[in-house]
Write a protein that binds this ligand. Structure first.
Ligand SMILES: Cc1cc2nc3c(=O)[nH]c(=O)nc-3n(C[C@H](O)[C@H](O)[C@H](O)COP(=O)(O)OP(=O)(O)OC[C@H]3O[C@@H](n4cnc5c(N)ncnc54)[C@H](O)[C@@H]3O)c2cc1C
Length: 480
């Protein structure tokens, strides 16, 4: 029987160049979890590399000793991806935070993975440029984290997902090998085309939660800053009407000038209106609001808005300017969404479950949410619907008291995930939270496992994420 290797000694990690090493238990405390309700882990060490060579050396070192390595960006994900479930090393990518190149001719920005979206947008603004996808956690979320968890939301009506905005990557594999993907695989060529030499190896690492390699550079497509922006809201009597409207908008591709689109249900509508207009009657408010943040040339926005207003009317909806004034316009134009979301976590903990659904399943999604509310009245539940170019992104937010309800709230969310999957809705940002469901997709899970075995035979990269766990002496000793 293989004897378990020694846990990573501070002394041996200390010998590496260009790193900051944390082993003090107090420092390690803040590296135990992300924004999710997933079980926290317990790292043995946190290493913050400052160079790509340092990442190479850390991985070679960890691979030799079979020590788990969890790459971590801003830790704002809600799927437990960064939680060091098997102990080992948390690889804090914050030290790799340089923008390497803004190439206006190729239309590409090349940056290190620890660059935060807030910093990236600020650097691009003087060039009149921006990137297609921006998570609403922009001040803290990193580019590497967003790519590894295929972020979406702002930019999705136009560009679908963060993954679709990646022109190429540089990745360090578990054995320390450096690989460039896309056109940059050809030496001296650089990034300008993702799909060229052969299959899409860039895609292997997008959404992989750090299980197949550590991303050390990301090339993203640039887009010109929009000339104009405008927000508009519409009200609908029921889920079927808003579903029909969204299907029609997507089918006619009236999304090219939509920067963000979200659907809000009755409780959110009522709360926002009553807060802003205490004297307004609440009885005849719409059951759903569709809120759209347009961006583009003013005349294009005007044309799209006219066509969308006609579709809305045809789907039993109407303009809902109160919701825009009370909430949505300020949320989007002042970009206060991050601070608004922070309230979720200030009062209690929030378990977030994310899913992807075809647009024609919006009413099914809402039926599952209604049943969940009925079955688990003890956890206030919110639903968040985000529009993509095709399909939707459906979030379920459940609030619980950490001290008394944590385990039962997670059990309730698991039940919700299972029901959604049975209804033809799939987990999104799987991490550890939906690992069990991913393992159930047998042919897909088996291919994923084979890729994992090939790329990371010792199973050191993010064990537990996506249900991928390799047998290693270190893990046998540390996992329950
Ligand atoms: C209130 C709230 C609102 C949110 N809104 C949005 C939203 O609008 N859209 C959206 O998409 N998400 C949203 N999120 C989720 C999250 O903020 C995003 O997914 C974000 O992009 C994650 O980035 P991060 O740097 O925090 O990643 P982390 O949480 O640090 O990591 C995410 C995953 O990527 C892996 N990883 C990180 N860096 C690397 C690397 N260099 N190489 C390999 N793997 C790596 C980690 O191991 C982990 O599995 C929200 C979260 C909260 C709490």
């Amino acid at each position: 029987m293989n004897k378990p290797k020694e846990k990573p000694g501070t002394a041996s990690l200390n010998s590496l160049d260009d790193i900051t090493l944390f082993t003090d238990p107090v420092d390690l405390t803040s590296y135990r979890r992300d924004a999710s309700s997933a079980s926290p882990g317990k790292p043995d060490a946190v290493v913050r590399p400052q160079t790509t060579d340092a990442v190479v050396n850390i991985l070679k070192h960890a691979n030799k000793d079979r020590v788990p390595v969890y790459a971590r960006g801003g830790a704002s994900m809600y799927a437990g991806g960064v939680n060091p479930q098997a102990g080992g090393i948390v690889l804090d990518m914050a030290g790799l935070d340089r923008i390497l190149d803004i190439d206006l001719e190729r239309g590409i920005v090349l940056c290190q993975p620890g660059v935060r979206f807030g910093a990236l947008l600020k650097a691009l603004r003087p060039h009149g440029q921006t990137v297609g996808l921006v998570p609403s956690t922009a001040p803290s979320a990193t580019v590497g984290g967003a790519v590894s968890s295929h972020a979406l939301g702002t930019g999705s009506p136009q560009f679908q997902s963060m993954g679709d905005q990646v022109a190429g990557l540089e990745v360090v594999l578990a054995n320390g090998d450096r690989v460039q993907t896309g056109s940059a695989a050809a030496p001296g060529t650089g990034h300008f085309q993702r799909y060229c030499i052969g299959p899409d190896l860039t895609g292997l690492f997008i959404g992989a939660d750090g299980t197949l390699g550590v991303i050390v550079a990301v090339a993203l497509w640039l887009h010109p800053l929009p000339a104009a922006r405008q927000t508009t809201c519409y009200g609908f009597p029921d889920a079927k009407s808003i579903e029909k409207c969204l299907l029609d908008i997507q089918a006619r591709e009236l999304v090219n000038n939509i920067w963000y689109g979200g659907a809000y249900e009755a409780p959110a509508v009522k709360t926002r209106i009553s807060q802003a207009f205490p004297d307004k009657p609440l009885d005849d408010l719409p059951s759903f609001a569709l809120a759209i943040d347009f961006r583009g040339e003013a005349h294009h926005i005007e044309e799209d808005e006219t066509q969308i207003a006609a579709i809305v009317k045809n789907c039993n909806g109407e303009h809902f300017p109160d919701f825009n004034e009370a909430y949505f316009n300020k949320l989007r134009t002042d970009e206060i969404y991050w601070y608004s979301y922070a309230g979720f976590f200030a009062l209690s903990r929030c378990a977030i479950l994310m899913s992807s659904l075809p647009t024609n399943k919006l009413s099914t999604f809402m039926t599952v949410i209604a049943k969940q509310r009925e079955d688990y009245p003890e956890y206030p539940l919110g639903a968040a619907i985000v529009m993509c170019r095709r399909g939707l992104h459906g979030g379920v937010l459940s609030f619980y008291d950490e001290a008394t309800q944590w385990q039962s709230a997670n059990a309730a969310m698991k039940q919700c995930t299972d029901t959604l999957v049975k209804a033809g809705i799939v987990p999104y940002k799987s991490g550890k939270v939906s690992a069990e469901q991913v393992t159930g997709f047998s042919a897909y899970a088996s291919l994923l496992q084979r890729l994992k075995s090939e790329l990371d035979p010792n199973g050191i990269l993010s064990p537990g994420d996506l249900g991928l766990v390799q047998k290693s002496p270190y893990l046998a000793e540390t996992t329950p």
